[in-house]
Write a protein of this length. Structure first.
Length: 611
């Protein structure tokens, strides 16, 4: 074992780890946030750290990251830990924009929670009435067949006598969850949790009123093992299942702590949690082996709704409380997509509606004509900053909006100096490059030596030859904390083309299945963090979504989380979710003969037009 100390802006952490492992592996064990979009393969270049002491000047690999001097940043996944090593990590405040419940939709569900609180007044036992405490309580409840576990029984005698046999019983279905002294029927709370590949978001609700009390979010710490679900499945299959579950539950519990602190609600007053996520994330959250989701026929261990006790799972709400995952749809279409359908009411809208949750996995739903068609397409991490030269998530320092005129205008999250570019900024930038003719439809960056007076000199001066072809300078090094230029490279454009091509091809296949033309779509919903902040005009310019008027495109924010909230506060909506899961028709793109053809056609950008 060797000791490694990590230095972060707000704290230091020291941990003992097995000799011979990488800095990235040590960071994962210590809970230190280090980017690793590629899962430690050394290809994404995002896990840069600086060795302050205890390591060779240029690292064991003999190399530093491009643009660094000797003693500069090295790849954590390629650097071996040494005893006494001190490592500096550039961790920044997570903003995680677009996931909070701040969209235009109100809570749509009727308030009919499945958690029931009953105030009970009993006669105390006497010599002539020696009925056991539990039987005495059950006899006063509104229905028969109620069961009580050991956790409730353990404290029952004391609670009854301290309260003078005036208590409140909390019921979920046929189970007695809690017995509390006095009348606490006015305090009943629940948790809705969206477990995303990139971000976890929690919502605390008053179950009596259906009112949202607090929202909190955390970056998914599993990202140290890769930005995509396949990387995490591979890690789980290699013995890391418990580790990945522990990570995601740890983040969920941090969210719960934040929610309780903000609202003043007690842990023991949260009786139920409804969880949504893609199929892989739901498996990892429950600690279920997801190995067979990585290859055809992409078989999940389960698809329907699952429930467990919070104490058994390790989620810090009432230990006897219930944790429920909404049903999934297919191997790579999970309960988060069902949440989107629930929140938008796609099955109830007139005409034909398209919902697209744009992320590492692009989930698409087409509704109309009494059909619900869905598919999942592997867009890759480009929309969330992965595999992009200076890409990052929507955190402090990320360029989130770009306007290209005769000069460049950037909007940066946190109003700080730019550190990189997130998905919405990337889409804006490329749309602007198309508009000004700096990029053609095929995705080729213009050679600045090409003739023609249509290009403004300031824009031409930002084009240059880089390590992997031409690149465009968004922010010069003099304006960035690292001193390095933030650029859009030719490779970045190809990564974006692959991502948007996968989404557009998936949409095309669903339209074919429904015998529809793009112009027949009544409305398009953009869901998720990326969908909430992307400019409609930029998405249309790239050809990411069908060419319909911007007024028929609606940005939802975290519709999956809203669906989870609806299912939490309403038994009717939860029953509707179960029925919808059976109704949805899943289209498996991997077996569609024309998917590759549609994908190739979808790679080109739309025609950029100046003016």
């Amino acid at each position: 074992m060797v000791k490694v100390r990590f230095v972060l802006p707000w704290e230091e952490k020291e941990i003992s780890v097995p000799d011979g492992g990488s800095i990235l592996q040590a960071a994962a064990l210590a809970g230190v946030p280090v980017e690793a979009d590629c899962g430690g393969k050394g290809t994404c270049g995002k896990c840069g750290v600086k060795i302050l002491s205890g390591g060779p000047e240029e690292g064991a690999s003999g190399k530093v990251l491009p643009g660094e001097k000797k003693g500069g940043r090295v790849l954590a996944c390629r650097e071996i830990v040494r005893d006494g090593m001190v490592v500096q990590v550039e961790a920044h405040t997570e903003v995680l924009k677009g996931k909070d419940f701040n969209g235009p939709h109100r809570l749509l569900a009727d308030v009919h929670p499945l958690v029931e609180k009953v105030s009970v007044v009993m006669n105390p036992p006497t010599v002539t009435d020696q009925a056991p405490d539990l039987e005495r309580l059950l006899a006063r409840l509104p229905r028969t067949g109620i069961r009580a576990g050991r956790g409730v029984l353990a404290g029952l005698p004391g609670v009854l006598r301290r309260s003078g046999f005036r208590v409140t019983a909390t019921l979920i279905a046929d189970r007695l969850v809690a017995v509390e002294p006095g009348d606490t029927t006015g305090r009943s709370f629940g948790l809705a949790l969206d477990v995303g590949t990139t971000t976890l978001v929690g919502y605390l609700l008053d179950l009596n009123q259906g009112r949202l009390l607090a929202t909190a979010s955390q970056a998914n710490p599993q990202r140290v093992y890769g930005a995509d679900v396949i990387s995490r499945i591979n890690h789980a299959s290699s013995g890391g299942l418990k580790q990945l579950q522990s990570m995601v539950l740890g983040a969920a519990n941090q969210i719960v702590s934040s929610l309780l602190e903000e609202s003043g609600v007690l842990e023991k007053e949260v009786y139920e949690a409804v969880v949504v996520g893609n199929t892989t994330m739901t498996h990892l959250f429950l600690g279920v082996d997801p190995s067979h989701l990585a290859f055809a026929p992409f078989t999940p261990a389960f698809k329907g709704s699952m429930e467990t006790r919070a104490g058994e799972l390790g989620l810090r709400i009432h230990p006897e409380g219930r944790v429920v995952t909404l049903p999934g749809i297919a191997g790579h279409v999970g309960s988060d997509t069902l949440g989107v359908i629930l929140a938008t009411g796609l099955d109830r809208l007139e005409g034909f509606s398209l919902a697209v949750d744009i992320g590492t996995n692009g989930e698409i739903v087409l509704a109309g004509g009494d059909r619900l068609l869905t598919c999942s397409t592997a867009a890759g991490p480009a929309f969330e900053g992965g595999q992009i030269e200076h890409g990052m998530r929507a955190a402090e320092g990320a360029i989130e909006s770009v306007e290209i005129g005769e000069d460049i205008f950037l909007r940066v999250i946190g109003n700080s100096a730019p550190r990189g570019i997130c998905g919405s900024g990337l889409i804006d930038a490329v749309a602007g490059l198309l508009r000004w003719g700096l990029v053609d439809r095929t995705g080729r960056l213009r050679d600045p030596r090409e003739g023609g007076g249509d290009l403004h000199p300031r824009l031409r001066s930002r084009l240059r030859w880089g390590a992997n072809g031409y690149e465009f300078i968004l922010a010069p090094g003099c304006d960035t904390p690292s001193g390095r230029d933030i650029v859009i490279t030719q490779k970045d454009l190809r990564e974006l083309q692959l991502a948007k091509g996968a989404i557009k091809a998936g949409i095309s296949i669903l339209l074919k299945e429904a015998s529809l033309e793009p112009g027949e779509i009544t409305r398009v919903f953009l869901a998720g963090a990326f969908g909430n902040y992307i400019r409609k005009e930029s998405a249309l310019a790239l050809g990411l979504i069908p060419e319909i008027p911007p007024g028929r495109i609606f940005q939802l924010g975290n519709a999956a989380g809203e669906g989870a909230m609806m299912a939490l506060v309403s038994g009717r909506e939860r029953a509707r979710a179960a029925a919808l899961a059976e109704k949805v028709e899943h289209v498996e793109l991997s077996v569609m003969k024309d998917f590759q053809e549609e994908f190739i056609k979808a790679l080109n950008f739309s025609e950029g037009k100046l003016g």
